[in-house]
Design a protein around this ligand. Structure first.
Ligand code: GLC
Ligand code: GLC
Length: 647
């Protein structure tokens, strides 16, 4: 079938019906409707092709398309004028998120500031820090007790009453926008909670809603699927399915038992979730963090991760955004093999993406003091589509998974399996000489696999150093924290700070007293914000002050140097195995960044720097010291330089 012609015919057939249905609106807003139609015709073919691929064999395929077009029009007509202005602006500046002004922060509403009103009151702090992007962790209605930090969502349209209301959320989005901060929220679209209205109807036996999920009467299918599935939360429940005796059914639950995977092979589910997405966009959300993208599509005999249809689904959601909420962009959360992570990154799929590889390798490099795997992996894998950007982070609310590529490691003579064991030992403090205080997460005795929980400061050695009262270790720990932040602030893309890390927040073990949290060690690095700690941030005699003032300075430098924005990063190989280095370039501005990942001083010969043909005279932006390649360059333990080329 010629899909291009078919798409055109379909649109020609459906558009007049749409015009009839929205006649009143069009009468009063003809120019605005024109915009909708022109975006629709630009994007319809893409959308049609994808949906045809996914659902073309359904007998009522065209009915679903028609219904979807109505959804698109409804949400466009409901979108407020301010957001429509933003839409036009972002279409004219699609590279807005590549700017060196960008800085992200992420927090939980309740833990950081109590509620949405509290977050609004923290706007001056966000501005002080320099944020232009604020990710608020899931804030919607969710089950009491265990709810995976809000990732088990019971309604995408109701804010958790304990923290506020939908009205407050839209108001906050608007306030933030006025201050130059984009609101980022999760789109948790792989699953709903078992208390979502759809799940409740399914539980009550309604077959229409049971078809929103994956449900089986006995173990035949679950067993068949599980033959090739990875276990994601094995400590919580083995395999990927949970039995619900009230229904007498096994439900697909990749994550927790109360997170039910949605069945996207059902086109109704796609249309319903498209509505939920546009609802969030119209509330003023500018970036949607697409949660757990890898798991969206299931296919017997595969691991049900990263399947081609998962990509198609995201592209379809993206086309929908281009039509009805064009300023919205997507951030991919794919914490999987690096070959797979990059497949989600494309202007037509996810424009920005977590960089879990850089995150994991920064910690790897701190543990080994060897930069070879980091350098090699970044040389091979840092480059992405020029119209997209990495979101670079050192910690987030989740565990650290060692998602480097075994093939990359093997090229350097490293055995991936053994090395992950070492890293887990190191970061749980078992390895002799380790500076880290982390906890294992989801240890799987069957596979020997585990991931790591812990705050940035505790993993970087601060907790241990404070406990042992060694001043030198305290200083080294602070330097480690600054060193890895200095990479994310300069390597290109959007740096993202897990709020609390900037004031050296340590592990908080009190989660063990909370029944809803005790089974999930990630809560050790999700404490309540300690505002007394924050109040010490300008006092340089305190730990908080030492860290905060140094980080603030780096953030200011980032914002002053345009070469830290834009897309070009060249990763260099230096002779010393303890140094990591790259060149950032934008037009005539060039910065050579060099990072010492060991607690021993390192010396680089001036010739080696000259070899890279950047020039002879530099100034280190961090220390304001001039440097010339006539001399060797000395880097203190964990020191880094951002050398701006002068001539
Ligand atoms: C994502 C979230 C994580 C959550 C999971 C299930 O990975 O980051 O916190 O447990 O999805 O929603
Ligand atoms: C993610 C990842 C997994 C991660 C989990 C959240 O989507 O696949 O590795 O640890 O969900 O904790």
């Amino acid at each position: 079938m010629d899909l291009s012609r078919e798409a055109k015919r379909t649109l020609d057939r459906l558009q007049p019906r749409l015009r009839t249905r929205f006649a009143d609106y069009i009468a009063g807003h003809s120019e605005d409707w024109q915009k909708f139609e022109s975006r629709l015709s630009r994007n319809f073919e893409d959308l049609f092709r994808i949906l045809h691929h996914l659902y073309g064999t359904h007998y009522d395929f065209f009915y679903h398309i028609e219904e979807l077009l109505e959804v698109l029009a409804v949400y466009w007509t409901q979108r407020n004028p301010e957001l429509k202005l933003l839409d036009a602006d972002r279409e004219n500046h699609p590279d807005w998120f590549q700017s060196n002004q960008m800085l992200g922060g992420v927090c939980y509403v309740d833990l950081f500031a109590g509620n949405l009103k509290g977050i609004q009151q923290k706007i001056p702090y966000f501005k002080e820090l320099g944020l232009t992007y604020l990710h608020l962790m899931p804030l919607f209605r969710c089950p009491e007790g265990e709810n995976d930090g809000g990732y088990a969502i019971s309604s995408y349209r109701e804010v958790n009453p304990a923290i506020g209301s939908m009205g407050e959320l839209s108001e906050l989005a608007q306030q933030l926008r006025k201050e130059g901060i984009s609101l980022v929220l999760d789109f948790v679209f792989n699953h709903t909670s078992n208390e979502h209205e759809w799940a409740l109807k399914a539980r009550a036996g309604d077959p229409e809603y049971q078809a929103y999920y994956y449900m089986f009467d006995d173990r035949t299918m679950p067993d068949a699927y599980e033959r090739t599935l990875r276990e994601i939360f094995p400590e919580e429940h083995p395999g990927a399915f949970t039995y619900f005796p009230d229904m007498g059914k096994w439900v697909w639950t990749t994550f927790h038992s109360n997170q039910w995977d949605l069945n996207y092979s059902n086109p109704v589910v796609f249309n319903r979730m498209a509505e939920e997405m546009l609802f969030l966009a119209n509330a003023g959300v500018e970036v949607l963090r697409l949660d757990a993208v890898a798991f969206l599509w299931k296919q017997m005999g595969t691991n049900c991760e990263n399947l081609p249809e998962a990509h198609l689904l995201i592209q379809a959601f993206n086309s929908i955004a281009r039509i009805s909420a064009p300023s919205l962009i997507f951030k991919s959360e794919a914490i999987v093999h690096p070959d797979e992570v990059v497949r989600y990154i494309h202007p037509k799929e996810c424009q920005i993406s977590y960089n879990p590889l850089l995150m994991a390798l920064l910690w790897n490099t701190l543990a080994t003091r060897q930069t070879d795997l980091l350098t090699f992996s970044m040389q091979e894998r840092f480059k992405i589509h020029p119209d997209c950007a990495w979101v670079n982070y050192v910690r987030c609310h989740d565990d650290i998974g060692w998602t480097f590529s075994d093939e990359d490691a093997a090229q350097l003579g490293i055995n991936g399996f053994d090395h992950r064991r070492f890293l887990n030992d190191f970061y749980t403090g078992k390895f002799p000489g380790s500076f880290a205080r982390g906890l294992p997460f989801q240890e799987n005795p069957r596979t020997g696999d585990a991931r790591i929980s812990g705050t940035c400061a505790s993993l970087a050695g601060l907790e241990k150093a404070i406990y042992e009262e060694t001043e030198r270790e305290v200083e080294l720990a602070l330097r480690r924290i600054i060193l890895i932040h200095s990479v994310i602030l300069s390597i290109g893309g959007i740096p993202l700070i897990y709020l609390g890390d900037e004031v050296a927040t340590l592990n908080d073990y009190r989660y063990r007293e909370d029944l809803a949290k005790v089974r999930d060690s990630r809560w050790v690095h999700r404490p309540f914000a300690d505002w007394e700690k924050y109040n010490r941030r300008f006092d340089e005699t305190t730990l908080e002050g030492k860290l905060y003032t140094r980080l603030r300075k780096l953030i200011e430098l980032r914002k002053a140097i345009s070469a830290f924005g834009g897309a070009e990063t060249e990763i260099l190989s230096l002779r010393s195995k303890h140094l990591f280095s790259y060149v950032r370039q934008k037009r005539n501005e060039r910065v050579l960044a060099i990072f010492n990942f060991s607690e021993q001083p390192q010396i680089i010969d001036g010739n080696e720097i000259r070899l890279h043909g950047l020039g002879y005279h530099f100034v280190d932006l961090v220390s304001s010291q001039p440097y010339s390649t006539i001399n060797a360059l000395m880097l203190e333990p964990y020191q880094f330089v951002w050398l701006k080329v002068v001539s």
